[in-house]
Ligand binder design. Structure first.
Ligand code: EAX
Length: 327
C-alpha cells in the first residue's frame, strides 16, 4: 500500500515534469525574413510553409515572419543566417552568388525561355545539384521558390528598344552577373539593397530599377515609377535558406517535415506569382503608369549577347548550354 502510494506520487511527479518539459519545448519559434511585404508571393510561400510545418510537427515549430526588410536587406539576412543570428531567409538569388559563386549561373539574362523551363531546370538535376553547394558555405538551401521574370521600370522614358536603356542609371541587385549584363547594354548599374530602393526611386538617386511584377506590386514600386517595360530580361529565382545550426539540430523525421513543408511553400509561391502576373499590369496601369507591353525580347537578348563571352568563361559554355537544352 505504502509502496504503491509512493509509486503514484512518483508517477504523478514524473508526469507533471514530463508535461512541464513538453510545455517548455513545445514550440520552437524560428525567425524568417524577406524583402517583399506581407501581401506578396513571398508571404504566400512563407505562409504555406509555416502552416504545413506546424501541421507536420504538431505545432512544435512556429515560423515568425519578418516581411518588408524588417531584418535587413537580402545580403545582410543571408549573412545572419550563416552566423545563426537569423533562422531562415527567403531571398532572391541577387546576393547569393557572393556566398555560393556556382549559383550565379542561374542569374544569366535570357537563359530561361519561360516559367516551365525554369521550373524544370531548378526542380531537376541541375537545380538540385546547385542546392548541394550551399552546405559547404554554411547555408542550407531547401528549395527554389521564385520572383518571376524581371522587367525594367524608370522615370526617364518609355523603354521600347535596347537603345532606350542606354545611359539610364538603374538600381540592380548586388549581383555581378546582372551588373555585367546591364553594363553591356549601356546601363549604369547601381547595386543597392531592396531596403533602400523605394526611397532611392522617390528621391531620384537612380532613374529606375528592374523587378518582376509581384515585387513591383507588393513593394508598390509603381507609385514612384512612370514607366514599366515588360523586358522580361531575366528569370529571378528565390531560395528558402535555413541556418545550419537549426538544420543540424533536427532529427531525420523533422528534417523531412521541413522539406515537405518547403515544397508546399513552393507551390503556393509559384501560384501567387502566376496570379500577380495575371492581374498586375492592370493594377499598375490604373496607377497611371505607362506600360510598354510589346517588347521585342530578341532585340534585348541580342544586346546582352556580348556578355555571354564573359559568362561562358566563368561558368563554361557547356554548362550554359546544358541549361538551355532542358526541354
Ligand atoms: O527578392 O532585391 C530585389 O530586387 C529582389 O527582387 C527583391 O528583394 C525580392
Amino acid at each position: 500500500m505504502k509502496i504503491s502510494k509512493l509509486a503514484t506520487t512518483v508517477l504523478t511527479a514524473l508526469g507533471l515534469s514530463l508535461s512541464l518539459s513538453a510545455g517548455v519545448h513545445a514550440e520552437t519559434v524560428l525567425k524568417l525574413g524577406y524583402t517583399p511585404t506581407k501581401d506578396s508571393h513571398y508571404a504566400a510561400g512563407a505562409d504555406a510553409f509555416a502552416e504545413e510545418l506546424a501541421k507536420r510537427t504538431n505545432g512544435r515549430y512556429k515560423i515568425q515572419q519578418f516581411p518588408a526588410s524588417a531584418l535587413g536587406g537580402e545580403r545582410e539576412m543571408i549573412e545572419a543566417v550563416q552566423l545563426g543570428t537569423q533562422d531562415i531567409v527567403l531571398t532572391s538569388t541577387g546576393p547569393v552568388g557572393n556566398f555560393v559563386p556556382e549559383a550565379r549561373i542561374v542569374d544569366i539574362p535570357f537563359l530561361f525561355r519561360d516559367y516551365d523551363h525554369a521550373h524544370k531546370v531548378l526542380d531537376g538535376q541541375i537545380g538540385q545539384d546547385l542546392l548541394k553547394k550551399f552546405p559547404g558555405k554554411g547555408l542550407i538551401a531547401l528549395v527554389w521558390m521564385e520572383n518571376g521574370f524581371r522587367h525594367i521600370t524608370n522615370n526617364k522614358r518609355p523603354v521600347n528598344t535596347p537603345d532606350d536603356v542606354k545611359g539610364l542609371k538603374l538600381r540592380t541587385m548586388e549581383n555581378k552577373v546582372h551588373m555585367e549584363a546591364f553594363k553591356t547594354m549601356g546601363v549604369l548599374p547601381t547595386p543597392m539593397s531592396m531596403a533602400e530602393l523605394f526611397t532611392a526611386l522617390q528621391q531620384g538617386t537612380v532613374d529606375g530599377q528592374e523587378n518582376p511584377i509581384p515585387v513591383i506590386l507588393s513593394n508598390k514600386l509603381y507609385q514612384v515609377q512612370k514607366n514599366v517595360s515588360l523586358t522580361g530580361h531575366v528569370y529571378s529565382p528565390a531560395l528558402l535558406i535555413i541556418s545550419p545550426g537549426v538544420w543540424n539540430s533536427l532529427n531525420d523525421a523533422d528534417k523531412k517535415a521541413f522539406m515537405e513543408a518547403a515544397k508546399v511553400g513552393v507551390e503556393a509561391n509559384r501560384k501567387r506569382v502566376t496570379a500577380d502576373e495575371a492581374s498586375g499590369i492592370a493594377t499598375i496601369k490604373a496607377a497611371g503608369v505607362q506600360v510598354v507591353e510589346k517588347v521585342d525580347h530578341a532585340q534585348f537578348a541580342k544586346a546582352v549577347q556580348p556578355a555571354y563571352t564573359v559568362f561562358a568563361k566563368e561558368f563554361g559554355a557547356d554548362r550554359i548550354k546544358q541549361i538551355q537544352d532542358v526541354r
